[in-house]
Design a binder for this molecule. Structure first.
Ligand SMILES: [Zn+2]
Length: 674
């Protein structure tokens, strides 16, 4: 690859990256995109000097990729604590310690479900204060990452300590409260972004952020649970050292000294009882020998801290009472069912694996019936894979099991239950729940191709009451002055530009109009096939199922969908309105049409010198060819333009004939044969 080719490839990838990440409208498949990236990385491996920060290989979705944190070797290894899962094991361990050291005391503490961080403090010369010198994550226990800049924005992390020592190292748990976690996820949901799985994961990601302003905004907290290194007198009594830190304003973990196994177990239960009320997550209770000098007598392997055990609480499951079954109509018309409930014991949202849960999807009517779901029923709730809340069986039956409505809760149109899935759907294209989707589809490039009438504007026009169905698009001109005044589309110039584009779209082929109607199972190629046999849309509207199944490529499902669509009086009225507005319903007797490409399956790739992608497709179809998106053994010809990528490679591999646009035109005009 030459440097020039490399630069072109970079531009090409940038373009597709933008389509994918910023415009949400990819033009190529993920596979093709990956192929471009592989080619780019291959070139960069061969010519490392070509790499610059603006290379797509250095970016993640438009932002520059961050460097990983700086590694730090821990002075004192950050070990784990050995888990035990039953109380007998706790008793046995406590008794073993007491046998050797009858005066042993045990500190029982909450085990915060977060991530570990160590803080190093150093003396400020000439004072009896210390300042934070370094904050490090646990990493593999021996080497972690320097996260000092982020630690500085955590309010619980003291920047200075009023202690007269040269050196102090303390360890604690960084966590996120339920409130901060829920706030983050609500915002993500509002933005349509990915939700965080639980507060621990989010806290970990937040602490390792390279932009500390993000860390600050999300809100992290910290509890100190151990002194890693300090002068001997400070270290000796664990509980006392935590109390001394607390006196300096340090947030220390809940801890209580216990003398016997009975006291230890009672404290473990006490912490379990606090669990539901705590504003953050804990996943167990830690039991430590309070006299640090005794700890090394009870080693438990190189991975674990000596003289510590952690009792883990059993996995969480809550019983919830169903309050409401919420029915929504999705943008595709599909009904969704969501159960809204509260914890039968606490009366609040259920706390499970670190999140507060008050809703779960109920899938479909079959699921609802099988699970006997209804208002007042009690159900076991758990989280599958710690992320998605799921109902797990009925504990107490409701008085009545919920039954889905028979008409759309949004528009009142009769609902269709699909045979093969248990889905229930509203198929009214003017249904307000689906309108923004149906209109945006109608105007899209593959349909009526009205440039400038995209999602955002469609939504604004619906909100302002100008669009109640897609026939209304062609009535917009009547409201020109009003819209200019309100500035919905823009000022005069932009408004006129859009209205002109709408008028121009009236001349589009009925194939596009038929596609735009959004009849189920009728995409562009089916529409094309159909309109070869009907002179106008209104003729197709009169076709019977028997007639339609005679056509090539039309199965009984599609035929049924078409007949159903045109038997709806509301849809017929809309077709009439479109016709009245001057939208073209009649197939032109095609000039220049031929059957010179009959029987050929043709793929177009790259940028052609004169023809746009859809123009090329139309031209191929007009001349009897079939235009498909991907190269396979069935492909007859590949028309390749500038910057043709993986399709070209594949065609060459399969030995498929590759031609230029000029050769395609020559073929169509009968000046050439293959
Ligand atoms: Zn509806």
């Amino acid at each position: 690859m030459t440097f020039e080719e490399y630069n072109r490839l970079k531009e090409n990838i940038d373009y597709h990256m933008d389509r994918y990440y910023n415009q949400d409208e990819p033009e190529i498949s993920d596979y093709e995109y990956d192929q471009l990236m592989i080619a780019l990385k291959g070139a960069e491996k061969e010519h490392p000097d070509w790499i610059s920060p603006d290379s797509p290989s250095q970016k993640i979705g438009g932002t520059v990729k961050r460097e990983a944190g700086v590694k730090v070797t821990h002075r004192v290894p950050m070990l784990s604590i050995e888990d035990v899962f039953d109380k007998e094991a706790v008793t046995a361990w406590v008794n073993k310690v007491r046998e050797m050291h009858p005066d042993a005391v045990f500190s029982v503490e909450t085990k915060i479900d977060g991530l570990s961080m160590t803080l190093r403090y150093e003396k400020v010369e000439g004072t009896d204060s210390m300042k934070l010198a370094l904050a490090e994550t646990r990493g593999d226990g021996l080497v972690g990452e320097d996260v000092t800049l982020n630690a500085l924005v955590i309010p619980d992390v003291r920047k200075t300590l009023k202690l007269p020592y040269d050196y102090l190292e303390i360890r604690g748990e960084v966590y996120m409260t339920h409130e901060d976690f829920d706030r983050f996820n609500e915002e993500q949901e509002r933005l349509g972004k990915k939700l965080a799985a639980n507060p621990r994961n989010l806290a970990a990601g937040t602490l390792r952020q390279l932009d500390s302003s993000i860390t600050k905004e999300r809100g992290l907290r910290m509890f100190i649970f151990n002194v890693q290194d300090a002068p001997a007198d400070f270290l000796a009594d664990h509980g006392a050292s935590l109390d001394r830190l607390a006196a300096c304003g340090v947030q220390t973990v809940y801890h209580k000294n216990c003398a016997t196994a009975e006291e230890v177990l009672a404290c473990i239960d006490e912490i379990a009882g606090m669990r539901a009320e705590l504003p953050y997550d804990i996943d167990g209770a830690v039991v430590k020998i309070n006299q640090t000098a005794y700890r090394n007598d009870f080693p438990s392997g190189s991975k674990y801290s000596s003289g510590h055990i952690a009792y883990k609480y059993p996995p969480e499951e809550r019983v919830v009472e169903m309050d409401e079954i919420i029915v929504n109509v999705g943008r595709t018309g599909k009904l969704t069912f969501t159960g809204s409930f509260h914890d039968a014991e606490t009366g609040k949202p259920a706390r499970l694996c670190g999140t507060s849960v008050s809703r779960a999807t109920l899938h479909n009517q079959d699921y609802i019936t099988d699970m006997s779901i209804g208002v007042g029923g009690h159900y076991r709730l758990f989280k599958s894979g710690e992320i998605i809340p799921k109902l797990n069986g009925c504990v107490k039956e409701p008085e009545t099991v919920f039954v889905a409505p028979s008409v759309c809760p949004v528009c009142g149109h009769a609902l269709i239950r699909e045979e093969d899935t248990a889905d229930i759907r509203c198929v009214n294209p003017s249904c307000p729940a689906q309108l923004s989707r149906t209109v945006a589809y109608f105007t899209s490039r593959n349909c009526m191709d009205i440039a400038g009438l995209g999602d955002t504007l469609v939504e604004a026009l619906i909100r302002e009451g100008y669009l109640r169905n897609y026939a209304d698009i062609y009535k917009l001109r009547a409201y020109r002055d009003e819209m200019v005044e309100k500035g919905i589309i823009g000022k005069e110039k932009n408004t006129d530009k859009l209205l002109d584009a709408i008028d121009a779209s009236k001349k589009q082929s009925p194939v596009r109009l038929l596609t735009a109607l959004g009849i189920r199972n009728v995409g562009r190629s089916t529409a094309n096939e159909l309109m070869k046999h009907y002179e106008k849309i209104q003729d197709l509207a009169k076709a019977t199922e028997e007639e339609l199944v005679q056509l090539p490529d039309i199965g009984s499902t599609t035929a049924g969908d078409i007949v159903e669509f045109f038997s709806d009086s509301e849809n017929l009225r809309m077709i009439e309105e479109l016709a009245k507005s001057g939208v073209n319903m009649v197939m032109e007797k095609e000039e220049g049409g031929s059957d010179r490409l009959a029987g050929m399956t043709i793929v177009v790739t790259g940028t052609l010198p004169t023809l746009g992608r859809s123009e090329a497709k139309e031209l191929i179809e007009k001349n009897g060819g079939k235009c498909t998106g991907s190269v396979s053994r069935k492909t007859t010809l590949l028309v390749a333009g500038e910057a043709a990528g993986s399709k070209l490679t594949k065609a060459q591999e399969l030995g498929i004939k590759v031609i230029s646009e000029a050769e395609l035109l020559a073929l169509i005009h009968g000046q050439k044969t293959i």
